[in-house]
Write a protein that binds this ligand. Structure first.
Ligand code: DOR
Ligand code: ZN
Length: 337
């Protein structure tokens, strides 16, 4: 097969930032995807309906053309059930994002105690508003490579039991435990998968030296976990869908003594996923993963129109718009026509 056409895809997890960075990165996402779930971890975080509406307008202006940002509310300890419900009813918020406090970039205002969120979660469950979860414990005693698995054990299992009708997306899964948990969970539970967690294992962080551009959170794991996440992605299960977690930081912020977490994969995200599905002999399942499972889970219409990926030797530049892209300096086997 030399090319493959699929229904226009969506990105169910992206960081578009704000200001000059938003103007730089939004067109890359808009070129590949019809819609995207935009994460709210700005500084200050997007916690009000008015802030989310204004941010949505800035995104539309930066992305141009035919692109729909789907906005999310950043949950804090004092998240208001009424504000969530109002934003959802007004069509501003599609979902809300749970960052455990200090789990990742700009998460200092995140949730310190899940019990404080109970009223908000009850309301979200009642109105059908999905909860998007950064699934890592922040307990410094827990090894960083175990934080996702421990989160599932300590937090997520209980959350699913206590809120049986709440739609929950475990974002950017990285472990065999997460893939198994989601596969075994009720239909209310799904997961997004990034390109980097399909391509990289933790050796990539130290290949010939310290590799800041392979660093994201949750951090990439052992090979057995990469293989389990790949198996989930190509399984055809409607619980797994595309979410790039494209998370741009300036080169200076990445290549520093305390470098930021995040991989900028927006320029070649679809091609990167296509490589994986091709290697797994599962190109026929790419469309479900990229274009169907996500909207069905969220209860949104599928996109109209098609995109075509062609087999081609494409050299990804070392820099794209002044940023270091995923696969930068390497050759990938697909091109979005
Ligand atoms: O690597 C990451 N970068 N993981 C996150 O959870 C946040 C993101 C960011 O915003 O930079
Ligand atoms: Zn993210």
């Amino acid at each position: 097969m030399q090319s493959i056409s699929i229904r226009r895809p969506d990105d169910w997890h992206v960081h578009l930032r704000d200001g000059a960075m938003l103007d730089t990165v939004a067109p890359f996402t808009a070129r590949q995807f019809a819609r995207a779930i935009v994460m709210p971890n700005l500084s200050p975080p997007v916690t009000s309906v008015v802030a989310a509406s204004a941010y949505r307008e800035r995104i539309v202006a930066a992305a141009g053309g035919d692109f729909t940002p789907l906005m999310t509310c950043y949950l804090t300890d004092d998240a208001s059930a009424d504000e969530l419900a109002r934003g959802h009813a007004e069509g501003v918020w599609v979902a809300a994002k749970l960052y455990p406090a200090n789990a990742t970039t700009n998460s200092a205002h995140g949730v310190t105690d899940l019990r404080k969120l109970w009223p908000a979660l009850e309301r979200m469950q009642a109105i059908g508003m999905p909860l998007l979860v950064h699934g890592e414990v922040t307990d410094p005693e827990v090894d960083i490579f175990d934080r996702e698995a421990v989160f599932i054990e300590r937090v997520l299992g209980g959350l699913v039991r206590n809120f049986p009708a709440l739609k929950i997306v475990l974002e950017h899964i990285t472990t065999a435990e997460a893939a198994q948990f989601v596969a075994d969970a009720p239909v209310t539970v799904a997961a997004t998968i990034t390109p980097q967690h399909l391509h990289l294992n933790r050796n990539a962080l130290f290949a010939g030296g310290l590799r800041p551009h392979a660093y994201c959170l949750p951090v990439v794991k052992r090979e057995k976990h990469r293989l389990a996440v790949r198996a989930a992605a190509v399984s055809g299960s409607a619980k797994f869908f595309l979410g790039t977690d494209s998370a741009p930081h300036s080169v200076e912020a990445k290549e520093a003594s305390c470098g930021c977490a995040g991989i900028f994969n927006a320029p070649n995200a679809l091609e990167s996923y296509a490589m994986v599905f091709d290697e797994e002999g599962a190109l026929d399942r790419l469309e479900g993963f990229a274009s169907e499972h996500g909207p069905r889970f969220y209860g949104l219409p599928l996109n109209e129109g098609q995109v075509t990926l062609e087999r081609a030797e494409v050299s990804v530049p070392e820099r794209v718009a002044g940023l270091v892209p995923f696969h930068g300096g390497a050759t990938i086997g697909w091109r979005l026509a």
